[in-house]
Design a protein around this ligand. Structure first.
Ligand code: NAD
Length: 517
């Protein structure tokens, strides 16, 4: 198999004249590879090839495609060490963050879509109460759209960039993936792996490059699946609207956690710590802010502060070495510092952390941080921080917590902790988010049967579940009239007074009988 360094140069055989983009290991500052910055002409050429390859891929059928995806599942497990190493090399995340949140996700997803695509996309026989179609065969059919563009962010190169290619491929589409320019190497490696598993040429291609490459991709495809910031998501939505192609958008978040006074505070504190700091807080559905009912506040804050203080941060050196890895994207460190500085300026207290790690090395890290005495005048409570920080706010009751949780332009995920699960569920239902967990967090993302998508400015559409593969298809309604049918149906020309009156009477009989209140 090609090494990661070789992959970009043999990049799908597409010629490119542009500059090379260096890929940095954020934990060490070393350059670990370079990839081409593909321009619009190269993307158009990829699209031409992808369209040529798609009909044969569709003709593989669910069984043929499923076989390749299930081989890819095995390939991923057999090559997990190399994939994890590649993910770590370009993100600086810990071994555990790469293994638990990326390998296990993709391993599950390959099998899930191979198994469930046939059922989710099976022809549906439809029954109708409409009299004129009695005796006719009515079918709803899902047909692959053709060429899907997937654009991904840098925080989960396997789960969020590559992961969305799997259902798009399972549905019978060809796919061009534009990974983040910050973390393109994992996608190139996965494409190589799929080729080894028998995926035909050009069915999956990787278009490396920056934002302009992504914008060029939107101009070529039949549907765009975008994961990234809300700011870029709006641009993608505008371009898709101009082209009248569907866009599925998975965008930013500011996920709240609500801790009621009857909660199991030890469990709540462990969840707050883990799901705020996991992946160094660089997860769209990280816990970004906590609201705690007054009676539980002191104990919860003490527990969380102790747990966060105990975390080790730094360059990962294999399993079990550190809990919190690097800040992957350079400007992210500035955002984290700005949010903490803004909070402190406005009266917040830092209980632990509060600074970038001064390691002396070239790596980029931020101390796991707990902030208290925070409120909604502060950026750390209202804007996406995307770092290992956890602001905790005291509230007088659950009503205040719900009001503040909903006081956000975002609506991705949320958590509610209470021993009264019925009350927890009632509160969860009032939160304006795409997914809410009671006495848990983030776990919904691993349930591929459930839709995962954002409300409000967190996105449009969803991934996972039946909708997560049907979106890569157009719906086709088919009506089949049996061969023994009337030569002329009663509503047709010529219009006759008697027939028209009879039909009008029939409509009244069908839809106008009885009293209404
Ligand atoms: P980003 O919006 O800066 O970039 C995302 C991708 O879009 C990159 O590949 C980039 O090159 C590309 N891009 C930039 N300009 C473009 C344009 N005009 N047209 C098309 N593509 C363009 O986001 P990021 O900083 O890479 O990722 C972090 C963000 O992603 C956070 O806001 C995070 O919450 C979000 N995210 C959301 C989910 C989710 O499922 N909702 C998952 C992971 C990350």
């Amino acid at each position: 198999m090609a090494t990661v360094e070789q992959l970009p140069q043999t990049h799908n055989g597409v010629a490119h004249a542009g500059e090379e983009i260096p890929v940095e290991n954020p934990a060490t500052g070393q350059t670990v590879g370079t990839v081409p910055d593909l321009g619009a002409a190269a993307v158009a050429e990829m699209a031409r090839r992808a369209r040529a390859a798609q009909p044969a891929w569709e003709a593989y059928g669910f069984d043929g495609r499923g076989r390749i995806l299930s081989r890819a599942q095995k390939w991923l497990m057999d090559n997990s060490a190399q994939v994890i190493e590649t993910i770590i090399s370009e993100t600086g995340k810990t071994f555990e963050d790469a293994s638990l949140a990326e390998i296990s996700y993709a391993g599950n997803a390959f099998g899930f879509w191979a198994k469930n695509a046939p059922e989710y996309l099976a022809d549906e026989r439809v029954k109708s109460g409409q009299l004129l179609v009695k005796g006719k065969k009515l079918v709803l059919r899902y047909r692959p759209l053709g060429l899907i563009g997937v654009i991904g962010p840098w925080n989960y190169p396997l789960t969020n960039s590559f992961g969305d290619c799997i259902p798009a491929l399972a549905a019978g589409n060809s796919v061009i993936l534009k990974p983040s320019e910050v973390t393109p190497l994992t996608s190139l490696l996965m494409a190589e792996g799929l080729r080894e598993c028998g995926l035909p040429d050009d069915v999956l291609q990787i278009a490396t490059g920056r934002g302009a490459t992504g914008a060029a991709l939107v101009e070529e495809v039949d549907m765009i699946m975008f994961t990234g910031s809300t700011r870029t998501g709006r641009k993608v939505a505008e371009a898709a609207a101009r082209r009248l192609i569907p866009a599925s958008l998975e965008l930013g978040g500011k996920d709240p956690m609500i801790v009621l006074s009857d909660a199991d505070l030890e469990r709540a504190a462990n969840f707050a710590t883990y799901y705020a700091m996991q992946n160094a807080g660089q997860t769209c559905i990280s816990i970004e802010r906590v609201y705690v009912e007054e009676p539980a506040y002191e104990e919860f804050v003490a527990k969380v502060s102790d747990k966060v203080r105990a975390l080790r941060v730094g360059a990962p050196q294999g399993p079990g070495s550190v809990e919190v890895g690097a800040i992957t994207f350079p400007p992210q460190l500035e955002t984290i510092e700005a949010h903490v500085a803004d909070a402190v300026d406005k009266g917040a207290r830092v209980l632990t952390g509060g600074h970038a790690v001064q390691s002396g090395g070239a790596g980029r890290f931020y101390e796991p941080t707990v902030l208290v005495d925070v409120d909604h005048t502060m950026k750390c409570m209202t804007e996406e921080t995307f770092g290992p920080t956890l602001p905790i706010m005291k509230v007088s009751d659950a009503e205040e917590a719900v009001r503040l949780a909903n006081d956000s332009p975002y609506g991705l995920g949320a958590s509610v902790f209470s021993r009264d699960t019925a009350r927890g569920e009632q509160i969860a239902r009032r939160l304006e988010v795409g997914a809410a967990n009671v006495n848990d967090a983030m776990i919904n993302y691993t349930v591929l049967e459930l839709p995962m998508g954002g409300a409000k400015a967190s996105g449009l559409g969803s991934r996972h579940g039946a909708g997560g593969i049907r979106k890569y298809c157009s719906q086709q309604a088919i009506v089949i009239t049996p061969k023994l049918a009337l030569k002329r149906e009663p509503h047709m020309y010529p219009y006759r007074r008697r027939t028209s009156r009879m039909l009008a009477g029939l409509f009244k009989l069908l839809y106008g009988r009885g009293d209404r209140d």
